[in-house]
Design a protein around this ligand. Structure first.
Ligand code: PMP
Length: 436
């Protein structure tokens, strides 16, 4: 059992000051007490009680180069001597924009923001202006940030979610502007026939279809073969734009994101997380013809911290690493992820616990289920999510930090040593889990 005295004391103090004791709801679920980190390096972090963890949360995805990558820290330190915010133009923003346009298939023009939710907001505004239509089609189980317009049907309770082939928008929070629900159409993902029928039912109304091209907020689910191209064809037939939310998949699955890996180029895409090595940067990228509504001043886009020079220094350094040797980072992280996935499968088989380990590798999901595959949000709800919450805590006790719902992010700092150590920790955690 971990010693957590100081963490508990800090949490007690924080609960008097921070609503809920934490700064983002995503951090609430960690039991018995949220992680209080003292420092982090490479694949590891240490809490204030001196416990060491192998880190597969990696800041919820940004740290594909691990904690404290020397090239990123050096670039940031050098920039700090030259000022921390200009709200003016500088060379680094051109360097980063050029890298994104070079690497990402859909990127002919870009605009920067600080976080993913903002970039989604910008993409939807642009799509509405370009098409002159109001509605956005989003899929059940996909997450596009915490704004009122987007926080619908991410993990809806099935008794409120409507029929499979005609889901209704379910708000993810109290206090959301109810007017936003009417601007959304919800569909099940990975089912082109149902999507086609839903589009037919909304002729001339839908500005854009948005999706995580590999779903990473509900398990780690690849699109079924051909699905992305079929959705793209439907978009063209119905005159709506295709938006890929690559906040997780971008600069993680491949240099050009899921769109490069899977060979389908959307009209617009949003990026965040891994592109700046752990600093707050997001990016809207897309076809010049659409993006040039911003150029023409017909669509507004702003932000005090957009293309902040410290963040841009981090991004320029991170993108250099990611671009190197024809994307060697992605081959390395994919191989390490796939090795760990097989290790976890072997350990679970040995322990006789039914699990499914699935995903591209740089990010993957451990499901407690005897289903042979999980291809949709509704299939995900049939997995043992309460059991996963318990296993998550047991893994922390064994020194392994994963995203509570069973998701693992990998980095270049995760190698054979880390994989073997994680396998042993998983075996120990599963033994305790089985004992209840
Ligand atoms: N889109 C996706 C796919 C995400 O995973 C996230 C964050 N987890 C967001 C958008 C929102 O990004 P941010 O938290 O930076 O606002």
């Amino acid at each position: 059992m971990r010693k957590l005295e100081r963490s508990r004391a800090l949490y007690a103090q924080a609960q008097q000051l921070l609503a809920g004791g934490v700064s983002s709801d995503a951090r609430r679920g960690v039991q018995p007490v949220p992680l209080y980190v003292d420092h982090a390096l490479g694949a590891r972090l240490w809490d204030v009680d001196g416990n060491e963890y192998l880190d597969y949360v990696l800041g919820q995805g940004p740290l594909i180069l691990g904690h404290g990558h020397p090239a990123i820290l050096a670039a940031v330190k050098a920039q700090l001597d030259r000022g921390q915010v200009y709200s003016a133009q500088h060379e680094l923003e051109i360097e980063v924009a050029a890298a994104v346009c070079r690497l990402v298939p859909c990127a002919e023009r870009v605009r920067f923001n600080s976080v993913g939710s903002e970039a989604v907001h910008a993409a939807w505004r642009l799509a509405r202006a370009y098409t002159g239509r109001q509605k956005i089609l989003k899929f059940e189980g996909h997450y596009h940030g915490w704004f009122d317009s987007a926080l619908y049907s991410v993990w809806p309770p099935l008794d409120a979610a409507g029929p499979y082939d005609a889901p209704v928008p379910v708000p993810g929070s109290g206090g959301m502007a109810t007017s936003t629900a009417g601007d959304l159409v919800i569909a099940p993902w990975n089912d082109v026939d149902v999507l086609s029928r839903i589009l037919d039912a909304h002729p001339g109304e839908i500005a854009a279809i948005i999706m995580e091209p590999v779903l990473c907020n509900t398990g780690a689910i690849a699109p079924v073969p051909g699905y992305l191209a079929e959705v793209q064809a439907l978009c063209r037939a119905h005159g709506c734009l295709l938006i890929f939310d690559e906040v997780i998949t971008g600069f993680r699955l491949a240099r050009g994101g899921a769109q490069e890996l899977l060979g389908v180029t959307p009209d617009l895409a949003v990026f965040g997380k891994a592109m700046a090595g752990g600093f707050p940067l997001s990016c809207l990228a897309g076809r010049a013809e659409v993006m040039d509504l911003i150029t023409a001043g017909r669509v507004g886009h702003s932000g005090t911290f957009n293309s902040n020079p410290v963040v841009m220094a981090a991004a320029a350094a991170a993108l250099k690493e990611l671009e190197r040797d024809d994307g060697a980072v992605f081959r390395q992280v994919t191989a390490a992820g796939q090795q760990l996935m097989q290790t976890l499968r072997d350990v679970a088989a040995e322990a006789n616990v039914p699990v499914l380990v699935d995903g591209p590798g740089p990010v993957f999901q451990l499901y407690l289920t005897d289903q042979p595959a999980v291809r949709s949000y509704r299939a995900f709800t049939l997995t043992d999510r309460a059991g996963m919450a318990g296993l998550h805590t047991l893994l922390l006790d064994e020194g392994v930090n994963i995203v509570g719902r069973g998701l693992f992010f990998l980095s270049t700092a995760h190698g054979a040593v880390e994989v073997a150590q994680t396998g042993q920790a998983f075996a120990a955690a599963l033994d305790k889990w089985k004992a209840g």
